[in-house]
Design a binder for this molecule. Structure first.
Ligand SMILES: Cc1cc2nc3c(=O)[nH]c(=O)nc-3n(C[C@H](O)[C@H](O)[C@H](O)COP(=O)(O)OP(=O)(O)OC[C@H]3O[C@@H](n4cnc5c(N)ncnc54)[C@H](O)[C@@H]3O)c2cc1C
Length: 365
């Protein structure tokens, strides 16, 4: 088995720019299960991949969603209702907190916080370490700086892969997992894919020690979708609806350009529910720019499985903002499908042309 990567390192295009968070708070039971299984893999990573002592830096500091008074909200967060719904789905370890309870437990929560929910078992994982661990331990060979130019097909399906350097690899099975470039590669093999890319930014703010407690959780302003988490350097901030282009489909890009007006948006709106935001200097910033890939119409689920129009062509993409936290279970599902151990018909993540008929997952930020 071969893994062909265009860049100089695996997981360096989108995955390296992620906030590296994982959470079980999703609407769709299959999304919850996919992350739950993936977290179990993170928990036992060294043992599962057979690399004793290998560390993927799992930290379970929790996810705290907070909500405040009406303002520039783009949707009603209804945190208490969500917690009830999860309880009915068997996800019983998410605590609902009033504003006062949230402030008692989390000193950064501002006076404007009215509702919150918290799940202590959520957390962070080192995405690069996960990818490298899989590369080192997997029974496949990885070639970096090996761009794929085309997937070759005949009437009977996939016949090979052609690299940009002009080499051909003969094969009857190809997985396209090229992030924002997946649709382009798939279309070149005459296999249309219903996905769209949207630019996403994150900011790593470098801060003096003491301003942020490294044991704090991921914090999500559930009204806005703005989130932040402690990092050894300071905090990582992201916001998926900060600017008008956030919601517009964009061509695949590498690198993804930064829009500096994003920084001002984050600086202004982050103050709403987080007490120390006023004190944050935004003068030492590392930009993290990437693209989310989403199914269209967007039902909030990745696309994993055999392409119905080209025999041997498998797709693994459209994880939007959860391609790190869901990737181990998504990868396992893909392997089961390739090996014929999972029924494609019942697969809610299957490749589709018009609509999968899934109820959209409202927990996509
Ligand atoms: C700001 C931000 C914050 C995020 N936060 C989180 C988070 O907290 N938790 C979470 O789970 N997810 C998060 N995500 C989402 C997550 O990063 C993505 O879902 C995930 O990285 C997608 O992984 P991927 O392997 O599909 O794509 P990528 O990481 O983009 O990998 C695709 C690979 O394919 C290669 N490639 C492309 N074209 C070719 C070609 N022709 N030939 C060979 N190789 C090719 C690329 O070079 C790249 O290495 C975030 C994303 C962003 C941008």
């Amino acid at each position: 088995m071969l893994d062909l990567e265009r860049r100089g390192a695996v997981a360096s295009l989108t995955s390296a720019h992620s906030a590296e968070g994982f959470r079980l708070e999703w609407d769709a039971p299959e999304n919850i299960e996919m992350v739950r299984e993936s977290v179990e893999v993170f928990d036992q990573f060294a043992e599962i991949v057979g690399l004793p002592g290998y560390d993927v830096a799992v930290e379970k500091h929790g996810y705290l969603f907070i909500s405040g008074p009406a303002g520039p909200a783009y949707r009603p967060a209804r945190l208490q209702e969500r917690v009830e719904r999860w309880r009915n789905l068997g996800l019983t370890d998410i605590e609902y907190l009033t504003g006062d309870q949230a402030r008692d437990r989390f000193p950064f929560a501002a006076d404007a916080v009215e509702h919150a929910h918290f799940r202590a078992g959520d957390g962070f994982v080192d995405a690069t370490a996960v990818a490298r661990g899989l590369v080192v331990s997997g029974r496949f060979e990885t070639f970096v700086e090996a761009p794929v130019a085309a997937i070759q097909t005949s009437n009977s399906g996939v016949t090979g892969v052609q690299t940009a350097g002009g080499r051909t690899v003969a094969t009857e099975t190809v997985v396209v997992a090229a992030g924002p470039f997946t649709r382009q590669l798939s279309e070149r093999a005459h296999a249309p894919l219903p996905t769209e890319n949207r630019r996403r930014h994150g900011l790593l703010l470098h801060l003096a020690p003491g301003l942020v407690d490294p044991s704090w959780p991921m914090v999500v302003d559930a009204d806005l979708g703005l989130y932040w988490r402690p990092r050894p350097e300071g905090i990582f901030v992201g916001w998926e609806k900060a600017l008008s282009w956030d919601q517009l489909p964009s061509e695949p890009a590498d690198p993804v350009p930064a829009d500096f007006s994003y920084l001002e948006q984050v600086r202004t709106h982050g103050r709403r529910l987080t007490r120390f935001w006023h004190d944050l200097p935004f003068d030492q910033v590392t930009w993290h720019t990437g693209q989310y890939v989403a199914a269209t119409p967007n039902d909030g689920r990745p696309i994993i499985g055999l392409h119905p129009e080209v025999t041997g062509l498998y797709i693994n993409t459209a994880y939007e903002g959860r391609g790190v936290m869901a990737s181990p279970a998504g990868g396992r599902l893909l392997v089961r499908l390739i090996q014929g151990e999972a029924g494609a018909g019942a697969n809610p993540f299957r490749v589709f042309s018009e609509d999968r008929g899934n109820e959209p997952d409202g927990m996509v930020l």
